[in-house]
Design a protein around this ligand. Sequence first.
Ligand code: DGL
Length: 290
Amino acid sequence: MLDLRHARYDTGGMTQTCPDTTPMDAPVLFFDSGVGGLSILGPARALLPHMPVVYAADRAGFPYGTKSETEIMARVPALLGRLVERFRPRMAVIACNTASTIALSHVRAALDIPVVGTVPAIKPAALSSRTRVIGVLGTEATVRQPYVDRLAAAHGADCTVLRHGSAALVALAEAKLRGQALDPDVARHALLGLVEQPGGERIDRIVLACTHFPLVQGELEAAAREISLGPVEFLHGGDGIARRIAYLNNGAMWPDTPPPGTAIFTRMDPDVEALKPALTRYGLTQIESL
Ligand code: DGL
């Protein structure tokens, strides 16, 4: 069995490191359309418990996965620019595959801080797959990106890489974090979208190529058992991104006691209230609007 713990995950290419002069209390800014980025924040907080955090969710633009490339491009770099002006973060993590696969290079060009992207973990999936059939489960926008073609060609040239986009699974993750009852059919339908493609019955690795999906991994595992899918492993970039944040801050300092985490929303609505218990579990107790 390959040990992938120290393999360098692709976080969207190289970026500069945080300088030694970075103010200790400068936060790391996490960005997503909704709560999906919490699946990236979780492992990062576990590795770096002193990290000050601002978590931004573009609820006014949610969901990203059903939007066009032009809409994402028009929205994400400008929004990150406003957030950087307001919070002066030491670095930004685009905790969203859709935004990263479409707009990462534009965000990097627009900001003068390190920017880490979240891109599908096809590399570790291809390194470890025995059957050489890999599933990529993302949003509709992500799975059609040339970025994904390039990852598949670079790392899985000898694999069959099947793709499926599910907006319903994104909504399921949001509902779960609001504490709502979940429709058990949603995860099953999402998996069937991969498995029913030619060769799909041989899938042994499924890349969770949307940051919302690790939040419903338990539901996906239950659905995999229900449809009698052979042994399958789900992969995502959370741990790799945590290590990347640590690496980029190698010379920079963290405060002894980090301030309470801030969650900022581009639209306040009743669902934000329902999300508060989940946000608190990730250390996000200050709620603001942009
Ligand atoms: N969490 C996001 C991703 O990783 C986007 C979900 C959405 O807004 O559709 O792609």
